[in-house]
Ligand binder design. Sequence first.
Ligand code: APR
Length: 175
Amino acid sequence: MGSTVVVLQGDLTAARTDVIVNAANEHLVHGGGVAAALARVGGEEFVKDSERWVSEHGPVRPGQAAITSGGGLPARWVVHVVGPRYREGQDNETLLRQAVRAALDAAKELGATTVAMPAISTGVFGYPLDPAASVIVTESLRWAEAHPAILSQIRLVAYDDRTADALRLALERQE
Ligand code: APR
């Protein structure tokens, strides 16, 4: 039984999965968006773990995942990845694919069976929603195909209707 990719609408801070993926910046300073929500619920331990990670490893590079404890979050681990700050003149799609892959690879290394991931880069980082949804869905499906029976479920968690619709549509197009 391979991993399934599902779209859920809800608050990522309530995801009862082994791993929650954070749409972070390279400094793991969780100032806004889903990162700030995760830090609010994750609390002191989560924030300290993030600071410690950067002091030990330096800024999170594209395609790299930083792993911290979940702190007050229901998930045991948080995997932080940095999506592209959308702009012309760079390969935004490849950078987003790398972030999705890094997150799922890290979850696999941790021995997770369930992962919850937000719509990386579609908020503060300005990635247009529909193209981003297509990239995140296709990359998750491709990863699941390449790693049968590793993760039982990859949950793409959208906070708002518009994001949920875009992810659902992208998933339906693949079925
Ligand atoms: N649960 C689920 N999704 C959420 C939540 C939440 N509680 N809060 C926000 N989101 C959604 C946004 O609606 C968007 O669809 O997460 C998606 C990603 O948006 P951002 O959090 O803004 O992430 P991103 O665009 O990758 O920008 C990252 O923003 O928060 C800062 O520290 C972060 O500098 C980094 C940058």
